[in-house]
Design a protein around this ligand. Sequence first.
Ligand code: FES
Length: 195
Amino acid sequence: MNDLDPKIVAAINGENGEAKKAGTRNCLMNRRQFLLTSGIATSVVMVGIPGMPEAQTPAVVSTYPRKFIAKLSELVADEPFDFEYPDEGEYAESILVKLDKEAGGGLGPDKDVVAFNYTCTHQGGPLQGTYQADDKALGPCPLHLTTFDLTRHGIFISGQAYQSLPQVLLELDDDDIYAVGMFGLIYGRFDNLQG
Ligand code: FES
């Protein structure tokens, strides 16, 4: 022990700034080193699956179905057409309606055809049969009276809900209206495609 260089002993004990001079730290790992090291460790955990080469790691990619809904020429203003989207599971019931008034996301030459999910975003109240032609609105919800504006992407006008009604994205192919996606999370689902 007596043969040890005094500077090394000082560095080990963190004395007189010898730790820095000797290229060491009192602490074995500083914060930056810790974060870098733990980040690398995390990456390894995420990528490496014991016994399974990376190339064989399964990947799940979900996409919305493209579903025919109705013919544009057959829609009558203010007469809702009901359908289910993106599947036929719980909370999939939706409304397609020609508002006869330009709307956000509206389809057709007058940009007035829109579609929304029928389930209230507050606590899942059913909005079927509540379309109001005068206000171009859906509601009031039978549970706590929220009303949603269908001309402005389903934003709530009044009531308890604080999230807009999920809007079904539409596409026009000649006279055919297709549902192709959704904007907003359907009530009761953690993923719109997991009904
Ligand atoms: S569930 Fe619709 S307002 Fe509460």
